[in-house]
Ligand binder design. Sequence first.
Ligand SMILES: *[C@@H]1O[C@H](CO)[C@@H](O)[C@H](O)[C@H]1NC(C)=O
Ligand SMILES: *[C@@H]1O[C@H](CO)[C@@H](O)[C@H](O)[C@H]1NC(C)=O
Ligand SMILES: *[C@@H]1O[C@H](CO)[C@@H](O)[C@H](O)[C@H]1NC(C)=O
Length: 178
Amino acid sequence: MYTKDFLSPVILGLLMTGAAAMTPPFNITAISAQYGKSRIECWQLDSSFKVSTQPGVAGGAARLGDVNDMTYNVVPANYDGEFHNTPRNQWAVLLSGRAYITVPGDESNGLYVAGGDILFAADTANISRRGHRSQYMGVTETVILQIPTRHGEIPAHTVLHQGPCNASEAAGARQLGT
Ligand SMILES: *[C@@H]1O[C@H](CO)[C@@H](O)[C@H](O)[C@H]1NC(C)=O
Ligand SMILES: *[C@@H]1O[C@H](CO)[C@@H](O)[C@H](O)[C@H]1NC(C)=O
Ligand SMILES: *[C@@H]1O[C@H](CO)[C@@H](O)[C@H](O)[C@H]1NC(C)=O
C-alpha cells in the first residue's frame, strides 16, 4: 500500500515524460510575412508526430491537413527566380537539386533548401509587398512539389523564432517507433 502510493506519482511522471517524448510537435521552416515584409520563421505546428500505425510504415507520422491540386515543377539549373510572392498558401517539397531563399533586407542570411526538405510558403501578395527571392544555383535542375492547402488554409501553428528551424528542431521524430 505504502509503496504503491509512493510510486504511483513517480510512474505517472515517467509515463507522461514518455508520452510527450513520443509525440514531438512538427517544426517546419516557413516563409511568412510581418508588417508587409516576408521573413523566414520556424513554426511549431499544432500537429505532432505519432508512432505510425499504417501497415508497411514504421517510425513517426504527422497529419498535415487537406491539400488541393499538386504540381510537379522542374526548375532549370542556375536559375534566379527573383523576388516574388507565393501565389497561394502552399507546401513546397524539394525532391532534388537545391535552392537558396532570401527575403528583402536580409540577403546575406538566406535559407539553403536541399532534396527532402519541406517548407510552408505563406507570403502571399496581400500580406507581403515583395515576397522572397528563390535562386536555384545547382548544376542540375531542381524538382519541387507545390502542394496548395485546401481553401488556402494555413496550418495551425505557433512561431518558435525568426530564421529557419535548426537541426535539433527537426531531429525529434527520428527515434519514433524504433
Ligand atoms: C491572402 O490571400 C490568400 C491567397 O489568395 C488567401 O488564402 C488569404 O486568406 C488572404 N489573407 C488575408 C489576410 O487576407
Ligand atoms: C535551435 O534553436 C533553439 C531555439 O532558438 C535553441 O534553443 C537551440 O539551442 C538551437 N539548437 C541548435 C543545435 O542550434
Ligand atoms: C520541435 O521543437 C521542439 C523544441 O521546441 C522539440 O522538442 C521537438 O522535438 C521538435 N520536433 C521535432 C519533430 O524534431
